[in-house]
Design a protein around this ligand. Structure first.
Ligand code: C2O
Ligand code: CU
Length: 448
C-alpha cells in the first residue's frame, strides 16, 4: 500500500545556490520533485491520496485503462478530496508502458506547481532489452528570478496557444537532464511531456535512435533517421526511444527539441564506465499491445467532434462585479469565470461543480467507434480521451504512422480519425493544454 501525500514544500528548481521555490509535490523536501512509481503489468496498484494542500485535489492516472470509479475526476467519478481528507485508489494495471498521474482540478495551478508523478509499468520487453532505462520528464516552470511562481494563466495565453513557462527544465530542475550511460550500450529513454502548454519535437543527435512506444504502447520500432527524424509530443504525450550510446567514453548523445525557435537540449547522455557488449544497433519490437483493436475502422460507428472557440457568455457576465459570494462560488468549483473554448459548440460550463453538464455523446460499451476530430482553430490542440487507448487512423495535415495513443495533436484546421472499443463509464474528452481545458475545451462521453 502506497501513500501519496500531496504537500507544499521547497524545491531547488532553479539550481544549487539559487532561490528555492514552494512547489506542490508527492515527495518531501530534498527528494526528486516527480516520484517515479514502478510496477509490473497485471499488478494491482493501491495508493492512498492524502491531501495536505489548502485546496481540494484528486489523482488522474493519465493513459491507464482504469475502472471508471478510479479515474480521478472530481464530481464526475469521485468526490473531490478536500484538505485533510484521503481517498483510496485501487486499480489493476492492464498494460505495460510509460504513464503519469496528475490532479484533475485547477490543473494549471496544481500541475503548474509540480503535483505529478511518473508511473512506469514494466513487462513489455525482456530484462536485457536495454543497458539503462531513464525517465525524461519535460516540464517548464513559471518562475520569477527570486524563485516564486508567476501567474499560471494569462488572458492572452488562455485565448491562444497557452501561457509558457519562463524556465525550461527536465525531471523537476532547470536545464537539460544529464546522465552517464555505458559506452556502446542501448538506452531506453522514457520521454514524457508534463508541461501544460509547450509542444516539443524530439530528435536525437550523436547516435542512432528508434521510436519504440507512443503513450506507453509499442510501435515499430521506427528508426529516427529516414522519413521520420523526430516525434512531436504535446502536453501529456509520451514517447519511448531506444538509443545507442556513443562507443567512446566522453562522447555525448543529445536529445533535442526542434520545436522551438532555437533547438533546446533536453538530455545529454555521456558515455562512461564499462562498455556494453552489443552488436549492431537493431532494436527489437516490444511485446504486442493488449489493447482491444478495431479490426475494420471504416465499418465502425462514426461520430464527429469539432474543437473550436466558444460562442461567448459566461457566469461572470451574470454576476455583479465584485460580488464576494460569487467569487467564493467560482473558486470552489474548479472552473474559470469565462469560457473561450468549446467542443461541438459546448463549453465546459460554469456553475456548481456537482451539477454536471449533459454528456457530449452517449456510446455503447463494447462497440467499436471511429471518432472524427476536427480542429476549427488556428492553434494546435493535443486531444485526450480518458480510460481508453485509441488507434490514430488518419490525419489530414501531418504524416503520422498508424499508432496507439491516448492523446493526439490536432494541427490547426486539421481532421484526425481515431478508432477504439468503448469501455463503460463517464470519460472526459478534452484538450490537454491546461488553459484550454480550464477555459472550456472539455466534455465527457457516457458509455453504457
Ligand atoms: Cu491527463 Cu483529463 O487528463
Ligand atoms: Cu487546446
Amino acid at each position: 500500500m502506497l501513500t501519496l501525500t500531496a504537500r507544499e514544500r521547497p524545491a531547488a528548481i532553479l539550481g544549487p545556490g539559487r532561490p528555492e521555490s514552494r512547489v506542490w509535490s508527492f515527495t518531501e523536501a530534498g527528494q526528486p520533485l516527480f516520484p517515479v512509481l514502478r510496477a509490473r503489468v497485471g499488478d494491482r496498484l493501491r495508493a492512498t491520496l492524502d491531501n495536505r494542500l489548502p485546496v481540494h485535489t484528486s489523482i488522474h492516472w493519465h493513459g491507464v485503462r482504469v475502472p471508471n470509479g478510479m479515474d480521478g475526476v472530481p464530481y464526475l467519478t469521485q468526490p473531490p478530496v478536500r484538505p485533510g481528507e484521503t481517498f483510496a485508489y485501487d486499480l489493476a494495471l492492464p498494460d505495460p508502458g510509460t504513464y503519469f498521474l496528475h490532479p484533475h482540478c485547477d490543473e494549471s495551478g496544481q500541475a503548474g506547481r509540480g503535483l505529478m508523478a511518473v508511473l512506469v509499468v514494466e513487462g513489455d520487453a525482456p530484462a536485457d532489452y536495454a543497458d539503462a532505462d531513464l525517465v525524461v520528464a519535460i516540464k517548464d516552470w513559471r518562475l520569477a528570478a527570486e524563485g516564486g511562481f508567476l501567474p499560471f494563466e494569462t488572458r492572452e495565453g488562455a485565448g491562444r496557444a497557452g501561457t509558457f513557462g519562463t524556465v525550461r527544465g527536465v525531471n523537476g530542475t532547470a536545464g537539460p537532464m544529464r546522465a552517464a550511460v555505458p559506452p556502446g550500450g542501448d538506452v531506453r529513454l522514457r520521454l514524457l511531456n508534463l508541461d501544460g502548454t509547450r509542444i516539443v519535437q524530439v530528435g536525437v543527435e550523436g547516435g542512432a535512435a528508434a521510436l519504440i512506444a507512443t503513450d506507453g504502447q509499442p510501435l515499430g520500432p521506427l528508426p529516427l533517421d529516414g522519413d521520420v527524424d523526430s516525434w512531436r509530443l504535446g502536453p501529456a504525450m509520451r514517447a519511448d526511444l531506444l538509443v545507442r550510446a556513443p562507443a567512446r567514453p566522453g562522447e555525448i548523445l543529445r536529445v533535442v527539441d526542434y520545436g522551438s525557435a532555437e533547438p533546446w537540449t533536453i538530455a545529454e547522455l555521456t558515455a562512461s564506465g564499462a562498455p556494453a557488449a552489443r552488436g549492431a544497433f537493431a532494436p527489437a519490437p516490444l511485446y504486442a499491445s493488449r489493447v482491444p483493436r478495431v479490426a475494420d475502422p471504416a465499418a465502425a460507428e462514426r461520430r464527429t467532434f469539432r474543437f473550436g472557440a466558444s460562442s461567448g457568455g459566461s457566469l461572470a457576465d451574470a454576476i455583479p462585479p465584485g460580488d464576494p459570494l460569487a467569487r467564493v462560488l467560482l473558486d470552489s468549483l474548479c472552473v474559470r469565470d469565462t469560457s473561450l473554448w468549446a467542443i461541438n459548440a459546448k463549453s465546459w460550463p460554469h456553475g456548481p461543480g456537482a451539477v454536471l453538464p449533459p454528456p457530449l455523446d452517449s456510446l455503447e460499451a463494447g462497440r467499436p467507434y471511429l471518432f472524427e476530430w476536427i480542429n476549427l482553430t488556428p492553434h494546435p490542440h493535443p486531444i485526450h480521451l480518458h480510460g481508453h487507448t485509441f488507434e490514430v487512423i488518419s490525419a489530414s495535415r501531418q504524416a503520422l504512422p498508424r499508432h496507439l495513443a491516448d492523446t493526439v495533436i490536432l494541427n490547426p484546421r486539421e481532421r484526425v480519425e481515431v478508432a477504439f472499443v468503448a469501455a463503460p463509464g463517464d470519460w472526459m474528452l478534452h484538450c490537454h493544454i491546461l488553459e484550454h481545458l480550464e477555459y472550456g475545451m472539455m466534455g465527457y462521453l457516457r458509455v453504457a
